[in-house]
Ligand binder design. Structure first.
Ligand code: NAI
Ligand SMILES: CCC(=O)/C=C/C=C\C[C@@H](O)/C=C/C=C/C=C\[C@@H](O)CCCC(=O)O
Length: 254
């Protein structure tokens, strides 16, 4: 898949993995609409990426993944500023476990479902689209249970199952839409910084042990795995794991 004519919408792209996904797509010739609920980080990232790759290659839209209308605005903004979207990256996520646990479900699960639904409606050839690829960012925590984040783990398991169900649906694949899951382990972002502090999780001492045992990836390594799922057109309904201690490998639920 050539990225030269590609346009991506990435949620949670103001920082962390979302920003890394934007950078690797821009480096490989794609255009990117950065979306994020945090206007400050979004605008900062926009100015930095525009300086590196050109103002005509990247744009930013403040957007909340819990609002389906924001996804519609993202697709129309991307089309008017950059061109028709063919890559959707549902990346935005949070790890609230205690008082704000429902926001974890709203953002991670419902946000991914809303983003996938809107992308399918835009990409499917039987709905007037030109095809496309959807990358849903889950986590190893959605495959391997751990006692620190039961709600977070459940949210990521939900993303994996939801994506696998759509990835096997002939209405999607026969109309030019691929749906893949990226399941990283720890990567050096604000989310892992918060994990180290251990305020919002259960059994923080176990989180520290896991971080020491599994290690923490640079975001660029996760972005390389992400790019494989985007550009390798043989990859549909795939789950790609990437971790510091195990490297990269595909996973099957069967
Ligand atoms: N960092 C890690 O070790 C791993 C992260 N992940 C997943 O990767 C994704 C990105 O995580 P990180 O970059 O580490 O997190 P991060 O906390 O550094 O960045 C998350 C971004 O999402 C944005 N966001 C939060 N709620 C939003 C909403 N309602 N609407 C739009 N944007 C919103 C935040 O403003 C922030 O810019 C998440 O889904 C996370 O669960 C998965 C495995 C490992
Ligand atoms: C409560 C919020 C929370 O859990 C915070 C998570 C912080 C980072 C993101 C998370 O998605 C990373 C999870 C990593 C889990 C890692 C490892 C173990 O489950 C063993 C992995 C073995 C393997 O590499 O297959």
């Amino acid at each position: 898949m050539s990225l030269a004519q590609s346009v991506a919408v990435i949620t949670g792209a103001g920082q962390g993995l979302g920003r890394a996904f934007a950078e690797i797509l821009l480096k490989n010739g794609a255009k990117v609409l950065l979306t994020d609920i945090n206007e400050t980080v979004g605008q900062k990232t926009l100015s930095e990426l525009a300086a590196s790759h050109g103002q005509d290659k990247v744009a930013f839209l403040k957007s909340d993944v819990t609002k389906e209308t924001d996804f519609q605005s993202a697709f129309s903004t991307a089309k008017s500023k950059l061109g028709a979207v063919n890559i959707m990256v549902n990346n935005a996520g949070t790890g609230n476990e205690k008082d704000a646990w429902e926001s974890t479900i709203d953002i991670n699960v419902k946000g991914t479902i809303k983003g996938t639904k809107v992308a399918l409606d835009h990409f499917r050839k039987d709905k007037g689209g030109n095809g496309g690829v959807i990358i849903n960012v889950a986590s190893i925590a959605g495959l391997n249970p751990n006692p620190c984040g039961p709600v977070y783990g459940a949210s990521k398991a939900a993303i994996i199952m939801f994506s696998q169900c759509w990835g096997m649906n002939t209405d999607a694949v026969s109309n030019g839409v691929r749906i893949n899951v990226l399941a990283p382990a720890f990567a050096e972002t604000e989310m892992v910084k918060a994990l180290r502090v251990g305020k919002e999780i259960h059994k923080p001492e176990i989180a520290t042990q896991m971080l020491d045992q599994v290690g923490v990836l640079p975001v660029e390594k996760v972005a390389e795995a992400f790019l494989e799922l985007v550009t390798d057109t043989s990859k549909n309904n795939a789950i790609l794991k990437v971790s510091a201690h195990m490297g990269k490998g595909y996973h099957s639920l069967k």
